[in-house]
Design a protein around this ligand. Structure first.
Ligand SMILES: Nc1ncnc2c1ncn2[C@@H]1O[C@H](COP(=O)(O)OP(=O)(O)O)[C@@H](O)[C@H]1O
Ligand SMILES: [Mg+2]
Length: 151
């Protein structure tokens, strides 16, 4: 079952991210979907603010993964835009959500459509452009114990 919220402007997208960053527990994965410019990085920047991360959150389009350790829990920010599924495989994205080799944190994945396999449990947020250049966030939760109470 999906829930839909309207994000009227970039500030609303960021504010939604702040709520997520303040409230989500460690070992959470957020899969972000949506076209270029849909607001995935904007949302992630809000998540970083909500976690209390002090560094600027840049798009990891070239680095593929950025790790931030200055917040409440670690943030692992992946962007799979430039990758084919086979290349994603060799990035071992599960390293971030399995939490065995990394400190358990919040894993946010832009262009999660490119994942060749999915985590056991995750939130999915799809950002869609509306006709008047606002955004809709279509949110679903797969195998997570609690729904997103921040909505
Ligand atoms: N809810 C919104 N309504 C209108 N514009 C938005 C909204 N959210 C983000 N934006 C704008 O859209 C662009 C999104 O860019 P970005 O976050 O880098 O997208 P993506 O990472 O999905 O490619 C930014 O210019 C941002 O200011
Ligand atoms: Mg982006």
């Amino acid at each position: 079952m999906a829930e839909i919220i309207l994000l009227e402007n970039a500030a609303a997208t960021q504010a939604f991210g702040v709520k997520l960053g303040r409230t989500l527990p460690e070992n959470t994965v957020i899969l972000l979907k949506g076209d270029l410019g849909a607001g995935k990085t904007t949302l992630t920047q809000g998540i970083g603010l909500g976690l209390g991360i002090t560094e600027a959150i840049a798009s990891p389009t070239f680095t593929l993964v950025n790790e931030y350790h200055s917040g409440r829990i670690p943030l692992y920010h992946l962007d799979l835009y430039r990758l084919e599924p086979a290349q994603v495989d060799s990035l071992y994205p599960e390293t971030y959500w399995e939490g065995e080799e990394c400190d358990p944190g919040l894993t946010v994945i832009e262009w999660s459509e490119r994942l060749p396999y999915l985590p056991e449990s995750y939130y999915q947020i799809e950002l869609r452009h509306t006709q008047n250049d606002q955004r809709q966030a279509v949110i679903s939760a797969v195998n997570v114990k609690q729904p997103l109470f921040v909505l």
